[in-house]
Design a protein around this ligand. Sequence first.
Ligand SMILES: [Zn+2]
Length: 162
Amino acid sequence: MFGPGQYVPDPTEGIIDVKDLPAPQLGFYRRNHQQTPCPRCGQLASRHKADQRTLHDLGDVSTGRPVDLLVTYSSHHCSTCKKYFNIDLSDLAPPGSHYTNRVIDLTVRVVVEDGVPYRPASWHLWRDHRVFVPFATIQNWVETGGKKGARSHPRRVFGVGA
Ligand SMILES: [Zn+2]
């Protein structure tokens, strides 16, 4: 008989290839409007197409799987400014980012409030929140004050024991 305090390691511990992590569950979000105000002149601009981007969100700790948010968004053309632009998604994620704002905010809190170095922070985020963020991306967020997309795929996923 083991008590409730028995140590059970995370089943993904020691994985060294990101492809071996559990596959993401998909979430869906739409912000696909016929019209939206132009960020330059404020006039309503018509949609000319819709597009999609994938955002890594906080994962599902009950299933142990990460969550990818598939975002459908509209792209618009302002006839006054003669410019194309995408509908504003900055409340969801920074422009060009592969992660949602809440992942970035939580990550920066883990590093700043708890004083966790980047590599262990990467493991912490995966273990406790099921979102994989390469440590170089964490470093980029923290050192640029967050809100900046970065792409980095180190060979070692978490660097545990490295
Ligand atoms: Zn305009």
